[in-house]
Design a protein around this ligand. Structure first.
Ligand SMILES: [Zn+2]
Length: 231
C-alpha cells in the first residue's frame, strides 16, 4: 500500500515500486489515492477534484514543511499533484505486465477533506474550506477543524460517489475497490438535520449505524457493477 495523498509520488517512481513488488513476487498494489490532504486522480465529471482538491497550502509546523530549506516560518507553499486517467491506465498496464493487480482506494465517508474543499455541497455544513494540510492535527495550525465526512443524509453525496466510482472502475479492472471506511468523526453528523433524518427514516440507532448504512449502500452499488468492496 502506498499513500500518494499525503505524499505525492511521480508515475516514474511508482513504476520503480511496481518493479520492486514484482522482484519480491508480490501481486497486489493498493493505491491509496485520496485522503484529507489531497485528491490524486483526474475525474472527467468533477474537474475541481484535481484543480482544487489536489493542492494544499503547507504551513510551518506541518510534517511536509521544511523540505525546502529556503522557506522561513512565515512562508507557505503549495504542495500536491495528480495523475491523469491516461497515466493511471498506463500504470495499470505496466503492473499487469508484471502480474500485479492495482487496487485503487477512494476514501469514504471520512478522510474526505480534499473533496469537500472542492465540492463543499457534499459536506454537512456545506461551508467552503481549504484543502487540509499535513498540519491537520498540529497545534500550529490556526484553521478550524475542517469537514472530513460526506453528508450521509444527502443523496447527492451518493450520486457523486457513484459517478466517481464509475470512472474509477473504467480505469481499474481490479475485482476489488477499496473505500477506506475508517476513522469517521461523528460530530458533524450529530449536528446535521439531514443526517439525523436519514437515521430516523432508516431506523438507525446511532451515528455508527449511519456509517454502516453508508458503507453498505456503496457496497451494493459496487456489487451491481460486479465489483467487491474492500475496506
Ligand atoms: Zn449531514
Amino acid at each position: 500500500m502506498l499513500d500518494v495523498s499525503r505524499h505525492f509520488y511521480s508515475i516514474e517512481a511508482l513504476k520503480d515500486i511496481i518493479d520492486l513488488l514484482a522482484y519480491y513476487k508480490m501481486n497486489v498494489f493498493h493505491w491509496h489515492m485520496t485522503d484529507n490532504e489531497g485528491w490524486r486522480l483526474e475525474m472527467k465529471k468533477y474537474p475541481k477534484l484535481t484543480s482544487i482538491g489536489s493542492w494544499r497550502k503547507e504551513i510551518y509546523g506541518s510534517k511536509m514543511y521544511g523540505q525546502d530549506s529556503s522557506l522561513n516560518w512565515k512562508d507557505t507553499y503549495r504542495y500536491g499533484g495528480y495523475y491523469s486517467q491516461e497515466e493511471a491506465r498506463e500504470l495499470v498496464a505496466y503492473a499487469a505486465e508484471r502480474q500485479i493487480t492495482i487496487v485503487p482506494e477512494i476514501e469514504m465517508p471520512g478522510h474526505s477533506g480534499a473533496v469537500l474543499a472542492a465540492y463543499p455541497q457534499f459536506s454537512c455544513s456545506q461551508l467552503p474550506q481549504p484543502v487540509p494540510n499535513s498540519a491537520l492535527f498540529n497545534k500550529y495550525n490556526p484553521a478550524p477543524s475542517p469537514n472530513q465526512e460526506y453528508c450521509a443524509g444527502n443523496d447527492s453525496s451518493f450520486l457523486f460517489l457513484q459517478d466517481v466510482l464509475r470512472e474509477v472502475m473504467s480505469i481499474f479492472p481490479s475485482p476489488y475497490i477499496h473505500i477506506g471506511g475508517d476513522e469517521v468523526d461523528k460530530t458533524h453528523w450529530k449536528q446535521c438535520a439531514r443526517c439525523q433524518k436519514r437515521m430516523q427514516d432508516e431506523r438507525l440507532a446511532d451515528e455508527s449505524e449511519l456509517q454502516s448504512y453508508f458503507i453498505k449502500r456503496i457496497a451494493r452499488f459496487l456489487e451491481t457493477n460486479d465489483r467487491k468492496l474492500i475496506g
